[in-house]
Design a protein around this ligand. Structure first.
Ligand SMILES: [Zn+2]
Ligand SMILES: [Zn+2]
Length: 388
């Protein structure tokens, strides 16, 4: 047995807050969560720092110059290190709308990285965003590669990358989408509605057919109307559905963030970054899905001025939920940890702090900067210490 590691601070499990708390980690697992107590081992004392379960990003295309679509394990590893510095301990690398051969290359790289492990956040599987999207709501996805749903293509990705898929975002109103969703659900992959012009009635039929999640609620979908509530109305009122929000302060007004957190509840609303490869780089011009994008601070735009994905990490999203919407810290942390874990079915080992769980921890300063990130008991980021 290796030496125990003791992390002291304000522990947010995230279902309760323990103000002088501690988490003990041994052999990659959490063995104690509670008030400070006598113990032996290597001690990190963060005082009034927040000790939270590691954040889980279900929707992330890239960062620090690395893109999931590079189709390279080295890029996935680069993203994993970039994310670790933002408090993320596991993630679903996310593809964008692209030709099938590029999707297969990306899926293989994700599978290889999942098997081998990373230097940062852990890979939990693949999220395919598209290519089965409604061009009317295509957003930053390259329209040249948008196509109708294909069960054969998805089966090929699963075969070529040994069952790496965990989530597929598609437009449920397209021909064949409901059949595809049924098949995904049956094989444990979460069908997610996104880039969709579905009406309320179409979305309810989609939920009946197995759609369980909505990608970046409010963005790239038919807006809410009181006589045609669309996907937004169905997502907010149907208890079978979970949603995700891009809480970067750019994609959504604070009132839209508050609306989802209040109506849907933080247990069914996950925070995602939807970040692209230019996240974490200096302002300038970059490429996403073969199209030019312009990065200015937290804002990443196409030449048309349309939003082209995110530029933040989940520590920023948690801070935004607290500072822009007034949500209690424990609820904002839940949206970045326990809720995403439940959405993809890994809550038995990730997303909350209690004995037996994977030792995935994020420690934040009271101002929400990341002080330490631990994945499976290993410190992968420490502020001042840089990456490990
Ligand atoms: Zn999208
Ligand atoms: Zn995306």
């Amino acid at each position: 047995m290796s030496e125990a590691v003791v992390v002291k601070g304000v522990v947010v499990t995230p279902f309760e807050m323990i103000s002088r708390g501690m988490v003990v980690v041994e052999d990659g697992r959490v063995t104690y969560v509670g008030p400070e107590a006598e113990t032996s081992g290597m001690v990190y004392d963060f005082g009034d720092g927040i000790v939270a379960p590691g954040f889980i990003d279900l929707h992330i295309h890239g960062g620090a110059g690395f893109d999931v679509m590079d189709g390279s394990p080295r890029s996935i590893d680069g993203i994993s290190r970039h994310l670790a510095a933002g408090g993320v301990t596991s993630f679903l690398p996310t593809t964008c709308t692209a030709p099938q051969r590029d999707l297969i290359a990306a899926a293989r790289a994700v599978k290889a990285t999942l098997n081998r492990g990373t230097g940062g956040a852990e890979v939990l599987g693949l999220h395919m965003e598209g290519p089965y999207l409604n061009p009317v709501r295509g957003g930053a996805q390259n329209p040249a590669h948008i196509r109708p749903p294909s069960i054969d293509e998805i089966a090929e990705v699963q075969r070529e990358a040994d069952g790496v898929l965990r989530m597929v975002t598609l437009a449920p109103e397209l021909d064949g989408a409901l059949d595809l969703a049924e098949g995904l659900n049956a094989s444990g992959v979460v069908p997610s509605a996104g880039h969709t012009d579905a009406t309320y009635v179409e979305m309810e039929a989609a939920v009946d057919a197995g759609f369980r999640h909505v990608a970046h609620l409010f963005n790239a979908m038919r807006p809410f109307h009181h006589r045609e509530p669309g996907v937004v109305g169905a997502a907010l009122t149907d208890g079978r559905v979970t949603v995700e929000l891009i809480a970067d302060g750019v994609h959504l007004h604070p009132a839209a963030l508050r609306l989802a957190a209040t109506v849907k509840g933080v247990g069914k609303t996950a925070l995602v970054s939807d970040s692209i490869s230019s996240a974490g780089l200096p302002d300038g011009e970059y490429v996403f899905g073969g199209r030019k994008v312009i990065l200015r601070g937290d804002r990443c735009l196409l030449e048309s001025g349309a939003l082209a994905g995110g530029a933040i990490r989940l520590c920023d999203a948690v801070r935004n939920m607290v500072e822009l919407t007034g949500l209690p810290i424990i609820e904002a942390v839940e949206m970045a940890s326990s809720t995403p874990a439940r959405i993809i079915g890994v809550a038995d080992r990730k997303g909350s702090l209690k004995p037996g769980m994977d030792a995935d921890l994020t420690v934040l300063s009271p101002g929400f900067s990341v002080l330490l990130t631990m994945v499976g008991g290993r410190v992968v980021y420490e502020r001042g210490g840089g990456e490990r």
